[in-house]
Design a protein around this ligand. Structure first.
Ligand SMILES: C[S@@+](CC[C@H](N)C(=O)[O-])C[C@H]1O[C@@H](n2cnc3c(N)ncnc32)[C@H](O)[C@@H]1O
Length: 241
């Protein structure tokens, strides 16, 4: 059985913002070795004299080290999801499918009660291990959401699976009036079908995609990066009436 990965304790930034994660033991990188006892939160040097900047790891660093399996949702999409749903200490959320549990982890940090359904045993175990690694708590259930939802009085349902329109028949008894649904869909044909079917019971608040363009700001190089992630998915935001 796969082991839970060790949490990242420190991040080391080298030249051109190259990043190294450290959990335990001495650091061995191309530019030399740094002894564990020398890893202070400041500038540190390898035995070959290369300087790196060392700092404590945060939650985002941990998310970069989670165990992968199914496609994982990206930070650019998580950001817009979190910004478009009502999140506070009272929010009750149902998420499906959990996948490696990335979105569920962010939701769990910002709301009261998160349950995530996953119908694939292997993915479920990955999500379980990642939950421990990330130090978050949510309920993880081995369940096919197309067959129904057990939770009631939900404020939000997040859907990252191929046929979200198959969840619509279950919202009347589980999602509060005014409650939000967010669907993450790679193909526009999926968006068309979801929006068409959702209009019978929901307001379509927004359909969008997020294109993140990173810039290089290292004078005299002041320009967008040549490479970038162009498409992950479309996002559909609905509210039940
Ligand atoms: C793309 S991954 C989800 C990624 C995840 N939301 C994240 O935060 O990274 C899609 C997951 O949905 C699961 N899935 C597909 N259909 C499902 C269903 N009917 N009920 C529950 N889970 C389902 C798949 O097994 C897969 O793990």
């Amino acid at each position: 059985m796969a082991k839970i990965r060790k949490p990242v304790k420190k991040v080391l930034y080298g030249e051109e913002e190259r990043k190294f994660y450290w959990s335990e033991g001495d650091v061995h990188i191309q530019s030399g070795v740094i002894k564990e006892k020398d890893l202070k939160n400041s500038k540190v040097k390898t035995h070959l004299g290369k300087e790196l900047i060392c700092m404590p790891a945060n939650f985002i660093d941990q998310t970069e080290r989670i165990e992968r399996g199914p496609a994982v949702i990206r930070l650019k999409d998580i950001g817009i999801i979190l910004g478009n749903i009502p999140l506070d200490a009272k929010t009750k959320i149902l998420d499906a499918g959990a996948g490696c549990g990335m979105l569920a982890a962010f939701l769990a940090r910002t709301s009261k009660n998160v349950t995530s359904y996953e119908n694939n045993e292997i993915h479920l175990e990955i999500a379980k291990r990642n939950m421990q690694l990330l130090g978050v708590k949510y309920k993880l259930k081995k369940k096919d959401i197309y067959e129904g939802i057990e939770e009631k009085n939900l404020d939000v349902i997040t859907l990252d699976l191929p046929e979200p329109w198959r969840v619509l028949p279950h919202i009347e008894t589980t999602l509060k009036v005014g409650g939000s649904i967010v669907a993450f869909l790679p193909h526009i044909s999926q968006v068309e079908r979801l929006v068409t079917e959702a209009k019978k019971t929901c307001i379509v608040v927004k359909v969008c995609e997020v294109i993140e363009r990173e810039w290089i700001v290292d004078p005299p190089r002041l320009r967008p990066n040549h490479q970038g992630l162009m498409h992950t998915a479309f996002l559909v935001f609905l509210r039940r009436y």
